[in-house]
Ligand binder design. Structure first.
Ligand code: FE2
Length: 235
């Protein structure tokens, strides 16, 4: 990752990455240490909030610290640990929430989003824009391609900024691993297929920012992640 100028606490509460006038901050939120990402276009100070899973006050402090003007919330999927600050942030900033259309039902169903089953705190929220596979959206001056990666959940997605060579992989792809598939709407075969057919084909120098844990790259995962190397779904 030598091309990145990095600062902050490595492996700690916050990490900051800067590239080509893009400022990225990762904040770990909630009991499950979800990576909430703040992505700011330094030309305009506009930016995105990705997966605000908890701790809205902490997220707001980080936004203020960056001087970021939030313009949208992007959700990689609807699990409770990625959405539980959405209502507060929507109220504070009056911005739209984006999610894959196939994931819509998780937002309104505490059983499907596992807030009922895993933490006994039923939570619901809603989105404003429902995306489809291969959509491209321009937000904060950044072009974001939607890659549907079902398997962790039915409507899970990764967000690809091809110009900046960045992938927000949610709980689909982790450092040398992949997400679980035993929660409602999960499907292990589909998850491996998504990783193998939709993510392994990206450029190897794509910087991968997952929903939990440390960053990686497509190249590293192709070499070291047995799920991605699997030939089971070669076409
Ligand atoms: Fe998840």
């Amino acid at each position: 990752m030598g091309i990145w100028e990095m600062s902050g606490n490595y492996g700690g509460e916050q990490e900051v990455f800067r590239r080509n006038k893009l400022l990225l901050k990762c904040i770990q939120v909630g009991l499950f240490c979800t990576n909430c990402y703040l992505v700011m276009n330094e030309d305009t100070s506009e930016g995105l909030i990705i997966d605000p899973g908890a701790d809205p006050i902490k997220i707001c402090y980080a936004i203020d610290d960056m001087g970021m003007i939030p313009v949208a919330i992007l959700l990689t999927h609807g699990h409770f640990d990625h959405i539980m600050a959405v209502n507060e942030l929507k109220r504070k900033y009056d911005i739209r929430v984006f999610i894959l259309d196939a994931e819509k039902k998780l937002l309104s169903d505490p059983v499907l989003n596992s807030s009922n089953g895993l933490i006994k705190q039923p939570y619901t929220t809603s989105a404003d824009v429902f995306l489809e596979d291969n959509d491209s959206v321009v937000l904060a001056g950044l072009t974001i391609k939607v890659i549907a990666t079902p398997g962790h959940t039915v409507g899970g997605a990764c967000y690809h900024l091809s110009k900046q060579k960045i992938l927000f992989s949610g709980d689909t792809l982790f450092y040398e691993s992949i997400g679980r598939s035993d929660l409602p709407t999960g499907d292990s075969d589909l998850l491996i297929k998504s990783v193998r057919t939709r993510l392994a084909v990206l450029p190897e120098d794509t910087f991968v920012l997952p929903g939990h844990g440390v960053t990686t790259s497509i190249g590293h995962e192709k070499r070291c992640n047995s799920y991605m190397r699997s030939n089971k779904y070669n076409e």
